[in-house]
Design a protein around this ligand. Structure first.
Ligand SMILES: [Zn+2]
Ligand SMILES: [Zn+2]
Length: 315
């Protein structure tokens, strides 16, 4: 049976056609990359011991043996301070000093370090005079756009509010102006009460498979608090780090060593969007790609049943 749904955060239209997974093409084995075993690679610019390859860090977390997580300027930035009409800063966050770590095997304290660096860099890049928006994202494996294997995320400060975020903010603002309630708070309440799409519900975060998403198999984490990323308290960093360990363990059991993109939709630096827009994280598997129908129509086709996927990932 086919069904059309609309993603309430983005207004994306999605047609559910679950039987399309039975198409012969989907049986073709798509080779994923091999998992990395070695903790150190002599040619990797991000490995501990190879610091000669990279510029000095903008921020780092250390333990008794030196740095464990740090942020550096990207050697090949999307934009920089010399750009003509789009000035910004592009940093790379080296998530751990160990080459063979991934979101699928990182522990709670490693995620805590990473979120602490996200928070610090969001705060610091907010203070640049041109910054309007801060983009935080991660590409995992070549198929998701990663050029280096060593575990890393990226952060870019922008002098604009990008269209995808602007669209979400407009939708949330219209909802607030019309209903005098927050769209995000309503979604949080409805999803918890319906329950079937909830992967995990903790004090400050809700992890769901969205009712509809243009990204087949997406998992979404919504912050319950009306706060900017730099206002994350240490307890919440611990809470979300525990969630990441368990979520990625379950994602690995479901899909194996899957390439993915992760992006945090943060608040614009200026203006009071907190009352109607909540920070959230999109985790998008990269096993499915758009075809001509999606690209030409802006209508998306999904084959993954959100309710069933949520039940399999639940913890
Ligand atoms: Zn490395
Ligand atoms: Zn979003």
């Amino acid at each position: 049976m086919k069904e059309m749904r609309v993603d309430a955060l983005t207004n994306d239209m999605v047609i559910f056609a679950e039987d399309r997974t039975k198409r012969p093409i989907d049986k073709v084995n798509t080779n994923d990359e091999e998992e990395i075993v070695s903790e150190y690679e002599k040619d990797c610019p991000f490995c501990k011991g190879n610091e000669k390859y990279i510029p000095e860090e903008t921020f780092k977390i250390e333990d008794e043996n030196g740095w464990v997580c740090k942020s550096i300027y990207n050697k090949f930035p999307i934009i920089d301070q010399d750009s003509e009409n789009i000035k910004g800063v592009h940093e790379v966050i080296i998530e751990t000093s160990k080459h063979n770590k991934t979101f699928y095997n990182m522990n709670v304290s490693e995620f805590e370090n990473l979120f602490t660096v996200y928070k610090n860099r969001y705060e610091s890049l907010s203070n640049y005079k041109d910054t309007e928006y801060i983009s935080i994202f991660k590409n995992f494996l070549r198929k998701a756009g990663a050029s280096l294997q060593h575990p890393h995320s990226q952060i870019v400060s922008l002098p604009i509010i990008p269209p995808e975020v602007n669209n979400e903010i407009e939708i949330a603002k219209n909802y607030y102006d019309t209903n005098n309630r927050s769209l995000y708070e309503d979604i949080i309440k409805e999803e918890i009460s319906y329950g079937k799409r909830v992967i995990h519900n903790s004090e400050n975060f809700l992890v769901i498979v969205p009712y509809a998403t243009k990204y087949n198999g997406e998992v979404r984490i919504i912050f319950k608090q009306n706060i900017k990323l730099n206002q994350l308290k240490i307890d919440s960093i611990n809470e979300i780090s525990n969630i990441f360990v368990k979520l990625f363990e379950n994602l690995y059991n479901e899909r194996g060593y899957m390439p993915f993109n992760l992006f945090i939709h943060t608040h614009p630096v200026k203006g009071g969007t907190e009352k109607y827009y909540n920070t959230h994280i999109h985790i998008v598997p990269r096993r499915y790609s758009f075809g001509g129908f999606e690209l030409s129509m802006g209508v998306y086709v999904a084959s993954t049943n959100p309710e069933q996927l949520a039940q399999r990932l639940k913890f």
